[in-house]
Design a protein around this ligand. Sequence first.
Ligand code: CMP
Length: 234
Amino acid sequence: MVETLDAKETLANVPLFKDAPERALEVAASVVQLRQFPGGTTLFQEGDMGEALYIIHKGLVKLSKVDLGGYEKTLAILQAPEFFGEMALLGDKSRSATALTLGEVEAYLLFEDDFNKLIQAYPQVSINLTTTLAKRLSGTNDEAQILSYKDAQGRVAYVILRLYRSGVIELSKDGTATVQLTHQELANLAGTSRETVTRALKVLEKQGVIRTRPKEIIVMDIDGLEEILHGIRE
Ligand code: CMP
């Protein structure tokens, strides 16, 4: 009972249940299953059959795909209260990307039958689902445009800004933000090579918008990064 109440409270903040009737939250809370996963767990792999949608309660999850050349491309890093894994339940049933936990993760699993019943019974849940899919599509379109014509500095500036805007990295009191990712992980996000990222970071550091430490990038000037992305600052 306590668990169901906790789940209901968590689900109320999940975009999938925004403005949904109380009853939808109660039903969802009574059917979801809370699971804990250690860091580095592959929740599922691209091509696996989909059984459940995941609602993040704690921690970060990386979604990625391997391209035809064998390179990994990170699609998104998600955190609570975001959800993922809905596409296989709606479409051809196979996972469109691989999901990996970055550190310990707690997630509520909503299994396919329960998910289908919820979207059929509560139109608001279906509307929310469509809204999330539309936002992701629009983000993907923006990204495709930016990554196809920007130079290396612009691409790296873009992925750092995207991480910052999605709340994955937080601003500290002195106005700086720390990105705890390796150059290879940034390369996977920017769709480029590790060597190119390392060179681009050096240039950005010279411009005074970031500082680098091993496995860490400290963002000194968010506005400056934005100017570099939009070509206002060379
Ligand atoms: P599914 O295909 O079931 O499994 C992988 C999940 O990754 C997919 O559902 C979506 O929930 C999520 N996903 C796929 N592409 C993106 C993207 N571009 N941005 C955020 N999430 C995505």
